[in-house]
Design a protein around this ligand. Structure first.
Ligand SMILES: [Zn+2]
Length: 81
């Protein structure tokens, strides 16, 4: 099974939180190896999550995840085929 960028974006919050199953994780890993766009999205997402974790503000990741999700939803709407 091949997944596309939109699949990765939809699952990227769960992927970072380790909440995707092994099969999906493997697909995303494989996609990230070949896709610069999704690698950049993952990097920037991780940077913010790490920053939040370092500040020990544990309430923020959920809100951040929601904002990221909203933003990606918009991207998905405008970038649709
Ligand atoms: Zn991609």
């Amino acid at each position: 099974m091949r997944i596309d960028c939109k699949h990765v974006w939809q699952h990227i919050s769960a992927y970072i939180d380790g909440e995707v199953d092994a099969a999906l994780r493997a697909e995303i890993d494989q996609h990230l190896e070949t896709c610069e766009i999704c690698s950049a999205v993952l990097d920037s997402t991780r940077n913010v999550v790490v920053l939040v974790a370092d500040n020990r503000v544990f309430e923020l990741p959920a809100g951040f995840g929601r904002r990221l999700h909203d933003r990606l939803e918009k991207e998905l709407e405008t970038a649709g085929p």
